[in-house]
Design a protein around this ligand. Structure first.
Ligand code: ARG
Length: 476
């Protein structure tokens, strides 16, 4: 296919290089955006008197037909086209004759492709935000249904303090809320229309950039013609949002994988979100969780690809930038697929309350609370810590291997004198207050401050996040 820029003098491009440089295989995906941009541009050229009203009307009719066909899937994009931009122009010219030849006045493929990517990103961001809200709602539903299940909370993957399953899921939820915010922020910064920057220096024609920006749904035209065609920050920010999101999902999926193991046994995965083994009939494998975890690597790859591709790249447009599409489309597709899978996975969690509780009862998770008991009775924290540690050591000594007595039983066995012998800070403490203070439920329910695992705090946070999700879903 002859190129729009080819003449008899220049001669033909090497067919191998032609195929190598072609982007139609990937940028055909920008067809709706390219047609929308062309339509707004043509209408503006007509209004500004740069082309005749008749030419503008013919272009409008031709472009509407193409938009319709693209929507219906009947517009065939030939694989030998150089890119989506030259395809649209060539198609219009072959259908309309002369009016098609007027379309490209005052624009370049450089500002066209920058525009197409921004339009595409705006839509992809909307879709991703919707999928994020679905995932968030699935997490909130699971948190609400299991608000008060006692679970050991971990640091260093060692049992640390008692929390609830609901509270743990809310940790996922607030990170998803931030992920959502990242896409909102990025979309606001990307809300500038590059069209009119032309190749790099703007156009000497009397373009109306404000009108084109408004017609395409942007708040304003981009501010610098060189930056407009050189800048791919919107791509990087979008891919970065995807990478951070996938980092979160991969951590949660790692937790699901651990929890579903016999060693933890905190959740079972319903058959709708787990697989069997081809050889070991007893197995249920958390494959969807593992695959989401694995696909985080792709998300990072896409981001790094965009960053490295632009490193040291001189302004303004360089053909290197054509590579942005592979990374951006893959980042969007991958994030979307992972979010949808994650939503199913979350709703397939079957929490095992007994296993969670038993694990929480075993690890002296009351130890920090024992110290706080003394702090509230005027013992300096470091002294209280030492006294609590002595209680832990006594408990561990009584416990022996493989047995798990209750701390209430151990304190009863020690008695007032035995307790005081552990550490002077324990002398004369009221046992009738200490024993219930150390129960896991009491430890959790004392924590009602903002962001804490107590029932009321958790309920408040679930309500806040539900309202956030509803408000965002109703928004633009
Ligand atoms: N296919 C190109 C891209 O994606 C379109 C812009 C080409 N511009 C140029 N001056 N060759 O970046």
């Amino acid at each position: 296919m002859k190129k729009i820029w080819e003449t008899k003098v220049t001669g033909a491009l090497d067919p191998g290089l032609d195929a190598f440089m072609s982007s139609i295989g990937i940028d055909a995906r920008l067809l709706p955006q390219d047609l929308a941009g062309s339509r707004a541009h043509a209408a503006m050229l007509g209004r500004q008197g740069i082309i005749t009203k008749e030419t503008a009307a013919a272009l409008e009719t031709g472009l509407c037909a193409l938009i319709e066909e693209a929507r219906a899937g009947s517009l065939v994009v030939p694989p030998e086209a150089e890119d989506v931009h030259s395809f649209v122009e060539a198609e219009l010219s072959s259908r309309l004759g002369d009016p098609g030849l007027s379309l490209h006045a005052g624009r370049s493929r450089n500002d066209q492709v920058a525009l197409d990517m921004r339009l595409w990103l705006a839509e992809a961001s909307r879709g991703l935000r919707k999928a994020l809200l679905d995932a968030l709602c699935a997490v909130l539903a699971m948190a609400e249904a299991n608000k008060d299940l006692i679970l050991p909370g971990y640091t260093h993957l060692q049992r640390a303090q008692a929390i609830t399953f609901g509270h743990h899921l809310l940790a996922w939820a607030v990170a998803l809320e931030r992920d959502h915010g990242r896409f909102v922020d990025a979309a606001a910064r990307a809300d500038e229309c590059p069209l009119g920057a032309c190749a790099l220096a703007g156009s000497g024609l009397p373009l109306d950039r404000e009108a084109v920006a408004a017609a395409l749904g942007f708040s304003r035209p981009s501010r610098n013609s060189i930056d407009a065609v050189a800048d791919r920050d919107a791509c990087v920010e979008f891919a970065s949002g995807c990478a951070i999101l996938l980092m979160h999902l991969s951590r949660y999926c790692e937790e699901v994988t651990l929890w579903a193991s016999a060693e933890f046994g905190f959740v079972k995965l319903s058959p709708k979100a787990s697989t069997g083994s081809s050889v070991m009939p007893q197995k249920r494998n958390p494959d969807p969780a593992e695959l989401i975890r694995g696909k985080a690597g792709r998300a990072y790859g896409d981001l790094v690809n965009l960053l490295v591709m632009q490193k040291g790249l001189p302004l303004a447009y360089d053909r290197d930038l054509q590579e942005d599409k592979h990374a951006v489309f893959d980042a969007a597709d991958n994030a979307r697929a992972c979010l949808e899978a994650f939503t199913v996975l979350v709703s397939a969690l079957e929490p095992q309350a007994g296993r969670m509780r038993a694990a929480a009862e075993e690890g002296c998770l009351w130890a920090a609370d024992a110290a706080e008991f003394l702090v509230l009775r005027n013992t300096p924290f470091r002294t209280a810590y030492a006294a609590a540690k002595a209680l832990v050591e006594a408990y561990t000594g009584v416990r022996g291997y493989g047995r798990c007595p209750s701390i209430a039983g151990v304190i009863a066995g020690l008695g007032q004198a035995g307790l005081a012998a552990l550490h002077p800070a324990w002398a004369n403490v009221p046992l009738a207050e200490l024993v219930p203070w150390l129960s896991l439920d009491a430890c959790v329910q004392r924590r009602q401050g903002i962001g804490s695992p107590g029932s009321a705090a958790t309920a408040g946070e679930i309500a806040r996040l539900k309202a956030f999700a509803a408000a965002q879903a109703a928004g633009p």
